[in-house]
Design a protein around this ligand. Structure first.
Ligand code: BJW
Length: 235
């Protein structure tokens, strides 16, 4: 494993499950309680903004005070101790990777503790509840201030930077994601095209399991530290 110089890691909600944050598609997950088209599309927001703002107010509440688990900490250690490049791309809107100490991090689906104004495009940190009367701190418009998360039909963040990193990487790790949501679900194919070794660490085989060279099925909190140990030992 010592030969890997450029590592790209993709994480999904499964890595935060052991920190107490729900996944989306597991039994009892978020999409078993809410309709995706109502709370995670621009059309849903246009139809019923209060429902969407309340959903994200609830999500923000859940995220207050949660702590990274051994999987987040192991990935931060990998970035610290590996002598090559490590880029972590997360689909998660939580802050657990940065709290764990990861620096090279892209939140491709946005962040629950940020908001943006559709009127003036201002984006900023935001930890409080949002409602229909919340005014944009920059332009003062009400009714246009929304969570800075990426809904279905919207373009994820920093795809150019992610694409370039995938096409240059020699190791791709996919952790805690079902592989059902694009473009993230297609990253493994891009990395393989670049000749990278691709590894899946997930509780169960993902939709794209056949594209990986190596699969580890188990809890992220156990398997990620074990894998990182192996990687750093060069074994
Ligand atoms: C554990 C564990 C433990 C549990 N340890 N593991 C038809 C075909 C193909 C694509 C499309 C199509 N129709 C539409 C599309 C595109 C669409 C899409 O992919 N739809 C599919 C559903 C078909 N995608 C989009 O619209 C995206 N935008 C886009 O494509 O723009 C166009 C474009 C592309 C490229 C270039 C330029 C333009 C946007 C997608 C936005 C997704 N948004 C959400 C909400 C974000 C905000 C929020 O959090 O509320 O993102 S949806 C939700 O799904 C969230 C997640 O990030 C995302 C992925 O979910 P994730 O993380 O994989 O969670 P789960 O629950 O699915 O899986 C968890 C896994 O963990 C499971 O496998 C468990 O087993 C495992 N696990 N505990 C290890 N302890």
């Amino acid at each position: 494993m010592a030969e890997f110089r450029r590592i790209v890691i993709l994480t999904g909600s499964g890595i935060s499950a052991e920190s107490g944050i729900s996944t989306f598609r597991d039994k009892g997950g978020i999409w078993s309680k809410y309709k995706v088209e109502d709370v995670a599309t621009p059309e849903g927001f246009a139809r019923n903004p209060k429902l969407v703002l309340d959903f994200y107010n609830m999500r923000r509440q859940v995220h207050h005070g949660v702590q990274p688990n051994p999987a987040h900490l192991a990935l931060a250690r990998l970035e610290r101790e590996h002598t090559g490049d490590v880029l972590l791309v997360t689909q998660n809107v939580d802050q657990l990777h940065e709290i764990a100490g990861t620096g090279q991090l892209i939140h491709m689906h946005g962040e629950v503790f940020r908001a943006w104004c559709m009127a003036c495009e201002k984006r900023c940190a935001w930890r409080q509840d949002l409602d229909l009367e919340t005014a944009c701190p920059a332009c003062g418009t009400t009714g246009a201030f929304r969570p800075d998360v990426v809904w279905f039909g919207e373009t994820p963040y920093q795809l150019d930077r992610i694409g370039a990193a995938l096409l240059a990487c020699d190791l791709f790790l996919s952790i805690g994601t079902s592989g059902t949501v694009y473009p993230a679900a297609g990253f493994v194919k891009l990395a393989r095209k670049a000749g990278a070794h691709a590894v899946e660490i997930n509780l169960e085989p993902s939709e794209g399991v056949s594209f990986f060279n190596e699969t580890v099925h188990g809890f992220a909190g156990v398997e990620v530290p074990r894998y990182v140990d192996r990687l750093l030992r060069g074994g």
